[in-house]
Design a protein around this ligand. Structure first.
Ligand SMILES: C[S@@+](CC[C@H](N)C(=O)[O-])C[C@H]1O[C@@H](n2cnc3c(N)ncnc32)[C@H](O)[C@@H]1O
Length: 211
């Protein structure tokens, strides 16, 4: 299975779905085709990107099942939308979108980097994290699924760093090996004391997970 298919397998059945930063629109196409959602909003800050999704989903748009909005983050997304996907952008950008907008009732997030910061943010906001895993499609990806309410008890440092469910997933070992090699190479050329400390901290966590 490829990234899109794996990501979409995390969707719940819902009435309303929004794909924030939809770009090509493949995830919304999956949600509508599979019957995972009854209606969808495709949104992107870039009109050029949105146009790709509009073309792909033109039949759904014409029939009124799908609506297209060009906006920054959740700005024009109705707050009562049941399930929101934000995928393929950095964790800090996802935090900004949620902070400036709202925390959706249900969400599926796939940060390209800074996943630990995103986990910390969601936990601090009292979200319930229902899945927090890693998968591989050539590259490694973290996926975080959750709900606005219900809270999740505090995470350990390893859970924050790698994702709670990743810790029981063999893919994490492959990720840790690759990241460890990267950090070890980085350490050789890094002369900044603080940066070295952070790299060493990461190396310790990665080594721990490989045991
Ligand atoms: C790499 S694509 C990811 C597309 C798709 N979500 C996926 O995971 O395959 C990132 C998309 O997010 C859009 N984007 C970035 N920041 C955004 C924001 N603040 N609000 C809405 N869209 C944004 C970009 O224009 C781009 O189309």
């Amino acid at each position: 299975m490829g990234r899109i298919e794996i990501l979409c397998s995390y969707f719940d059945y819902c009435q309303s779905f929004a794909d924030v930063g939809c770009d090509h629109g493949y995830c919304t196409e999956y949600a509508l085709k599979s019957g995972k959602c009854k209606s969808a909003v495709i949104a992107d800050v870039s009109a050029k990107c949105l146009a790709k999704a509009e073309k792909l989903l033109s039949a759904y748009i014409q029939s009124g099942v799908c609506r297209s909005v060009c906006c920054d983050g959740l700005k024009d997304i109705p707050e009562q939308t049941e399930q929101v996907l934000i995928a393929g952008m950095g964790g800090e950008e996802i935090i900004k979108i949620l902070s400036q907008g709202f925390i959706p009732q249900k969400f599926v997030l796939q940060p390209m980097k800074n996943a630990p910061k995103l986990r910390e943010f969601l936990l601090a906001r009292g979200c319930k994290i229902t899945a927090d895993d890693i998968f591989r499609d050539d590259k490694f990806y973290f996926v975080i699924k959750g709900e606005r309410d219900g809270g999740t008890s505090a995470y350990s440092q390893s859970q924050l760093f790698f994702g709670r469910d990743s810790l029981n997933n063999p893919v994490l070992k492959e990720y840790a090996q690759a990241e460890l090699a990267k950090r070890q190479r980085h350490l050789i050329s890094c002369t900044d004391g603080l940066a070295r400390e952070k790299i060493m901290e990461d190396i310790n966590l990665l080594t721990e997970v490989l045991k």
